[in-house]
Structures are given as C-alpha cells and as structure tokens.
Design a protein around this ligand. Structure first.
Ligand code: RFL
Ligand code: PHB
Length: 390
C-alpha cells in the first residue's frame, strides 16, 4: 500500500490532520493501535480555544459543535471560600472559549473521515516506522494477523505520549524536558446539571477542585488526589462529599449529584520533546508535549501543531517548497512553550503542594488576591486562557 502521508494515531491530532490534508487533495492513511470504540470513549478535554474552533470549521467538521457546544465568556476562581469571576470577554476585547467535549470532536472527525471514504486501520498491532531519514519512509504493522507495509512520502507521529514514533528515535536525536507533579486528577462524569453555568476552578485547603461540564445536563468534575490513590477507593458518594468540602457554601448546597458514568485518575505532567521534526517524520500533539490539564491547553496545542503541519505539507505538495517543513518545529515550539508556562503557572497557583508548607499557601493566597484585584494580572490570565494568537 502507498499513500502521501502516513498518520500514526487516530486521536484528535491524527484525525484533524487527515481531514485538513484531505480538503487540500492530499492522501492519508491513519494507523491506530486501539479500536474505534475505544478511541471514541476516552473522556478527556472539554474547553476549545477560538483557534481550535476555527480550525474545526476549516476542516468542515464544526457544524455540530456550533449547535451543541456552549460558548463561555468567563469562569470563576474560588479561593478563601469566595468566588471571583474572570470575565474573559471583557478582559480580551471580546474573546471566549467553547465548551465541547473531546469525545464529540473525535466523533465528528471520525464521521467526516468515514463519509469521505478515507482509510483508517484500527487495532493495528506492532506498528513500526522506518527510513524516515530518506525520501522513502515506511510504516509496518499487523492487521488481523497479517503483516502490511505502507510506503509514504511523510510520517506524522500523532500517537500520543506513549506512542511509538518518539520512542523510535535514536538516542541523542531528541532532548526531553519533563516535570511530574506530586498529585493527580480524579475525574467524574455524570448526567447531572452543572453546579454553575460557567466553570469553577477552586483552590481549597483540601486541594484543587474543578467544576466543568459537557452540556446543560452533563457535568464533569475533578479533584486533586495523591498519586498513590486508586480509583477503586473512591465511591461516588466519597467523591461528591469531598467535592462539596472544596466548594463555597452556595455551590456545595446547590450541587446535584448522581451516579458516575466514568471515573478515572490522570497523573499531571509537563513535558516537551525538541525538535519535532526528524527528516520526513513529524511529531504533533501529545506525542511531542504534555501539559497539566489546569489551563485546558493540551488539545488546543495539538490543534495548532496540526495547523502548522498541514500548512507546511500542503505547501510542499503544491509548490515543492520545503520552507514550511523546515520551520515546523521552531514555529510549534514557540507557541508550545508559552502554553507550557501558562499551564505550569496555573497548576502551581491552584493546587496544594504539601512540600511547600504554610508559606506556600500564604503566597498562593496573596497571588490569587492580586490576580482578581489587578486588571493587568486578570488580563494576563484571560488572554492565555482564551489562547494566544497563532
Ligand atoms: P491522543 O489523544 O493521546 O491520541 C493518540 C492516539 O495514538 C494512538 N497510539 C498508537 N497508534 C498506533 N500505534 C501506536 N504504537 C500507538 N500508540 C498510541 C492512541 O491509541 C491514540 O488514539 O493524542 P493527540 O491526538 O495528540 O491529542 C491530545 C489530546 O488528547 C490531549 O492533549 C488532551 O486530552 C489534553 N486535555 C485537555 N486539553 C485541552 O485542550 N483542554 C482540556 O480541557 C483538556 N482537559 C486533557 C484534559 C487531558 C486529560 N487527561 C486524561 C490526560 C483533561 C484530562 C483529564
Ligand atoms: C474538562 O471539562 O474536562 C476540563 C475543563 C477545563 C480544564 C480541564 C478539563 O482546565
């Protein structure tokens, strides 16, 4: 089999890249390790920047998002038992974010790919990449017990943090920067109305909590938990009780609880691999970088990588110009590091770090008070949250 761009991974990065390239008449084949149902059922991100929604429109998959997504013009910061609204629209000259689940983005992209009759190999086994430092890269994999070879012009490594592409690079080819945080997020999804019409980011003495949502009838909540915690040790009741204790009295009283549809624990990590291009192999999305979810940046950074990569590949195939390809890594990393910085800063501000002791909490409180009192500080938060310009 032969294609122009072999895409490894059918997460949001791989699917969006496939769609943008298809629109430009470039052939792709996606090779995915998991089943389509498994990919569709992963509960992850919920907040899309304008840059991401524009890109989904450009890919021709924005219709349902505009119908069912919830535009948000602000969110609440809760600390010292009180809530303070961050007015994103007022602070950024009219910008907002869109609350629309990654599950739905994935579903829309998969439907568009199927409708266009584009090839995706699900449940591929033993995927490996070869000769990406030549003009004839190859991908090998097993499907239904048979070995296959996919010849291509380029390989896009959209295979997430635990993927095969970055792991295949020779030692020394890549520099990795990493910070692992001493806690995780326990997430719970429930068919209950959200406690508030906007998100609440809470810094409480008992640890961070986040009240998010997927629709007017579906809520997503998170709790900071020790890395040693196991999801089996958290009954739904224990989750709801702990969440109430981290909220302000009004939110705690009005919180509507119900059985969980999903509960899971995710570790928090900051990670960047440099560079993101190796000959004819490109890394994009979580394959190249991870942010802690506090700033809601992961999927959005993945989308901008894909924007830069699709533009570069379209330019290459249309004009045989490698200018875009040559600048891919540098252009992505400039934006990624700003996303990394914001995500690290917001995580540091909102979570309990037991090692920092009482002085750590006092400093956090002082910064939070400054943040809501100073227009300059609120603006810096707001403009990063809605997303920096491309
Ligand atoms: P993905 O989604 O991990 O997809 C990678 C795909 O590659 C496949 N794969 C392979 N395929 C073939 N061969 C192999 N050897 C393979 N190895 C792996 C995998 O099965 C998978 O299908 O990466 P991608 O596409 O780069 O997308 C990145 C986003 O998923 C991620 O950044 C976000 O979910 C992060 N994130 C958030 N981002 C936001 O922008 N806003 C948010 O509100 C937000 N909230 C979150 C989040 C991530 C979270 N978790 C669980 C880490 C909340 C949470 C809790
Ligand atoms: C989510 O809804 O899953 C979500 C929202 C905001 C974040 C992280 C996750 O910062």
């Amino acid at each position: 089999m032969r294609t122009q761009v072999a895409i490894i991974g059918a997460g949001p990065s791989g699917l969006l890249l496939g769609q943008l390239l298809h629109k430009a008449g470039i052939e792709t084949v996606i090779i995915e390790r998991q089943s389509a149902d498994y990919v569709r059922s992963r509960i992850r991100a919920g907040v899309l920047e304008q840059v991401t929604t524009d890109l989904l429109d450009e890919a021709g998959v924005g219709a349902r998002m505009h119908q069912e997504g919830l535009p948000h013009t602000g969110f609440d910061l809760l600390f010292g038992g009180e809530r303070h609204r961050i007015d994103l629209r007022a602070l950024t000259g009219g910008q907002q974010v869109m609350v629309y689940g990654q599950t739905e983005v994935t579903r829309d992209l998969m439907a568009a790919r199927a409708a266009a009759g584009l090839k995706t190999v699900y449940e591929a086994k033993d995927v490996s990449i070869h000769d990406y430092d030549t003009t004839h890269p190859q991908v090998r994999y097993q499907e239904d017990g048979q070995w296959h070879t996919l010849d291509c012009d380029f390989i896009a490594g959209c295979d997430g943090f635990h993927g095969v592409c970055r792991a295949s690079l020779p030692p020394g080819a890549v520099t990795e920067y990493e910070k692992v945080y001493p806690f995780g997020w326990l997430g719970l999804l429930a068919d209950t109305p959200p406690v508030h019409h906007e998100l609440i980011y809470a810094n409480s003495e008992r640890g961070f909590a986040l009240c998010s949502q997927r629709s007017m009838t579906r809520s997503r909540y998170y709790l900071q938990v020790p890395l040693t915690d196991k999801v089996e040790n958290w009954s739904d009741d224990a989750f709801w009780n702990e969440l109430r204790l981290r909220l302000d009295p009004h939110a705690a009283e009005t919180l509507i609880t119900g059985p969980s549809l999903e509960k899971s624990i995710a570790p928090l990590r900051s990670f960047v691999a440099e560079p993101m291009r190796f000959g004819r192999l490109f890394l994009a999305g979580d394959a190249a970088h991870i942010v802690p979810p506090t700033g809601a940046k992961g999927l959005n950074l993945a989308a901008t990588d894909v924007k830069y990569l699709s533009t570069a590949l379209i330019e290459y195939f249309a004009e045989r110009s490698s200018a875009g390809i040559d600048h891919y890594s540098q252009r992505c990393l400039a934006r990624i590091w700003k996303g990394e910085r914001f995500s690290w800063w917001f995580t540091s501000l909102m979570h309990r770090f037991s090692a920092d002791g009482a002085i750590g909490q006092k400093l956090q409180n002082a910064e939070l008070e400054y943040l809501v009192q100073s227009q300059a500080a609120s603006t810096a938060l707001a403009e990063n949250y809605v997303g920096l310009p491309l």
